[in-house]
Design a protein around this ligand. Structure first.
Ligand code: FAD
Length: 475
C-alpha cells in the first residue's frame, strides 16, 4: 500500500512519555514521527492533568493562606472570584507549556502527524487525520512506515457504569473545565486526583462530600502521613465517607440524587450540583490495534514490557500509563528516555530504586521508596527517623507546623530505603529523599549534610539525625 511518511522511530501519543521519547529519539539522531490525536502536545499531564490542576491548586492555596493572615494582624476583604478569569489563567499556563513543546518538536525536526493512529502490522501505523482544529476525525488517512515504534497512548478515566449521562456528572477533565462553582459537590474516590480537585472546589466555596470504598484516603501513603492531612482538613469537607460507595444516581430537576451503600452511608439519598468520578484510570492499550502488530495486551489493557520497555515484539516499545502503575508523569518521562535509548541500540534500562508520589493537597503529602506499610508487609527490618515540624523554626514562622518528615532506613545497612513528608511544599522537599535513595545514602550521610537554616528542607537532615539518636537541638 501507499506510505506517506517513513521514519526510524514512530511514537504513538504525545503525553509526557511520548514527547520525551520522541525528543530523545531525535536527539540521538533518529528520524522521528510523533502521532497525536489532540491539537496540542503534552497529553493528559499538560492539558487535563498535572499542570491545570496545579494552576488551580496554587491559586486556591493563596486564597487559603490569605485567610490565615488575620491571625498575624493582617486582614483582607472577602475574595471575589471571577471564574472566567481563573479559567483563563489555567488555560494560559497550559498554552505556555504546550506551545513550548511544539517549539521543541520543531527545533528537533520531529514530524508531528495529527490524528488517531492504529497499527496495521509491526512496521506500519495508519493515522486517521484530524481537521484543522484537531478536534474531529476527517476520515482521511495516512500511513507511516517505521523501523521502531514506541507506544505511549496513555490512559483515561474509569467510568462507573451505573451513572447516567449528565453534564453534572464529570471526570477529572470535566472538573478541570471549571464551568461553574457548584453549591454541593460529591467526589467519588478518595485518591490523589479526587482529593486535589476537592481541595480546589472547597476553597472556591463548594460544600463537598467524599465517598471512598476503602477504609482510608490517599491509598499508598503511610497512614501517619495521611492522618496529619485528615486532621488539618477536618473542617474543610462536609462528610468523608469511608467504606462507602455511591450505589445509584438519578437525574432530578434540582441536581443529581445519589444513594450510598456501606458503613458510613447516609440513610437518605443526597442531592448534588456536581458529581466528580475519580475512581482510577484505565490504560488505552486495547484501542490501537496492537494485536495487528503482534503486540501482547493484557485483559485490562496494559502492555507488558521488559526493563528496556520492549514489548514481546522486538522493534516495538511501550511506556507510561499504558504499561502499568504508578500512573505518573515522571515515570512516563523516564521510561520514554529508556525506550528511545534502547531503540537507538544503547544499553539503557528502567531500573529506578524509587518513584515518588505526591498529593498536592493542603498540606501536601509526598512519599518515595518503601513505605513503612510495605516494609512490614515484605518483612524488611527497618529503623526510622522522624522530625516533627513543630520543632522547625521555619515551619513555625510559616504558621504551618502540623507536618513531619520521616525517613526509613534498612536496619542492617542503615541505608535509606524510603521516606515520607507531610506539610507545605512536601512535594518539592521529597526530591532530596529520592536522590538519597538512588545514591544509597545512609543516615550519617544525610544527617551530616549541612542544610540551610531555617528551611523546611532542613527537616530531612534532622530526621536522619533522629534515626541516629542524636539530639536535634536546632529550632
Ligand atoms: P498520556 O498523558 O495519557 O498521553 C497519551 C497521549 O496519547 C494523549 O495525548 C492521547 O491523545 C494520545 N493518544 C492515545 N491514543 C492515541 C492514538 N491511537 N493515536 C494518537 N494519539 C493517541 N502525574 C504526575 O506525575 N503528577 C501530577 O501532579 C499528576 N496530576 C494529575 C492530575 C490529573 C487530574 C490527572 C488525570 C492525572 C494526573 N497525573 C499526574 C498523571 C499523569 O497525567 C499521567 O501519568 C501522564 O500524563 C501519563 O503520560 P503518558 O505519556 O503515559 O500518557
Amino acid at each position: 500500500g501507499k506510505v506517506d511518511h517513513e521514519c526510524e522511530v514512530l511514537v504513538l501519543g504525545a503525553g509526557p512519555g511520548g514527547y520525551s521519547a520522541a525528543f530523545r529519539s531525535a536527539d540521538l539522531g533518529m528520524n522521528t514521527v510523533l502521532v497525536e490525536r489532540y491539537p496540542t502536545l503534552g497529553g493528559v499531564c499538560l492539558n487535563v492533568g498535572c499542570i491545570p490542576s496545579k494552576a488551580l491548586l496554587h491559586t486556591t492555596s493563596v486564597m487559603d493562606e490569605v485567610k490565615t493572615m488575620a491571625k498575624h494582624g493582617i486582614t483582607f476583604g472577602a475574595p471575589k472570584i471571577e471564574i472566567d478569569q481563573l479559567r483563563g489563567y489555567k488555560e494560559s499556563v497550559i498554552a505556555k507549556l504546550t506551545g513550548g513543546l511544539a517549539g521543541m518538536a520543531k527545533a528537533r525536526k520531529v514530524k508531528v502527524v495529527r490524528g488517531l493512529g492504529k497499527f496495521l502490522d509491526a512496521n506500519h501505523v495508519e493515522v486517521e487525520l484530524t481537521d484543522g482544529t484537531g478536534q474531529d476525525l476527517t476520515g482521511k488517512k495516512e500511513v507511516v512506515r517505521f523501523q521502531k515504534a514506541i507506544i505511549a497512548a496513555g490512559s483515561q478515566p474509569v467510568k462507573l457504569p451505573f451513572l447516567p449521562e449528565d453534564p453534572r456528572i464529570v471526570d477529572s477533565t470535566g472538573a478541570l473545565l471549571l464551568k461553574s462553582i457548584p453549591k454541593r459537590m460529591l467526589v467519588i474516590g478518595g485518591g490523589i486526583i479526587g482529593l486535589e480537585m476537592a481541595t480546589v472546589y472547597s476553597t472556591l466555596g463548594s460544600r463537598i462530600d467524599i465517598a471512598e470504598m476503602m477504609d482510608g484516603l490517599m491509598a499508598g501513603a503511610d497512614r501517619d502521613l495521611e492522618k496529619v492531612w485528615e486532621k488539618f482538613n477536618a473542617g474543610r469537607f462536609e462528610k468523608i465517607m469511608l467504606k462507602t460507595r455511591a450505589a445509584k444516581a438519578e437525574v432530578k430537576p434540582d441536581g443529581i440524587q445519589v444513594s450510598f451503600e456501606g458503613e458510613n452511608a447516609p440513610a437518605e439519598p443526597q442531592t448534588y450540583d456536581l458529581v466528580l468520578v475519580a475512581v482510577g484510570r484505565t490504560p488505552n492499550g486495547k484501542k490501537i490495534d496492537a494485536g495487528k502488530a503482534g503486540v501482547q495486551v493484557d485483559e485490562r489493557g496494559f502492555i507488558p514490557v521488559d526493563k528496556q520497555m520492549r514489548t514481546n515484539v522486538p522493534n516495538i516499545f511501550a511506556i507510561g500509563d499504558l504499561v502499568g502503575q504508578p500512573m505518573l508523569a515522571h515515570k512516563a518521562v523516564h521510561e520514554g528516555h529508556v525506550a528511545a535509548e534502547a531503540a537507538a541500540g544503547e544499553k539503557s534500562y528502567f531500573d529506578a530504586k524509587q518513584i515518588p508520589s505526591v498529593a498536592y493537597t493542603d498540606p501536601e503529602v509526598a512519599w518515595a521508596g518503601l513505605t513503612e506499610e510495605q516494609c512490614k508487609a515484605q518483612g524488611i527490618a527497618y529503623e526510622k527517623g522522624l522530625f516533627p515540624w513543630a520543632a522547625s523554626g521555619r515551619a513555625i514562622a510559616n504558621g504551618r507546623d502540623e507536618g513531619f518528615t520521616k525517613l526509613i532506613f534498612d536496619a542492617t545497612t542503615h541505608r535509606i530505603i524510603g521516606g515520607g513528608i507531610v506539610g507545605t511544599h512536601a512535594g518539592d522537599l521529597i526530591g532530596e529523599v529520592c536522590l538519597a535513595i538512588e545514591m544509597g545514602a545512609d543516615a550519617v550521610d544525610i544527617g551530616k549534610t549541612i542544610h540551610p537554616h531555617p528551611t523546611l528542607g532542613e527537616s530531612v537532615g534532622l530526621a536522619a539525625e533522629a534515626a541516629h539518636g542524636h539530639c536535634t537541638d536546632l529550632p
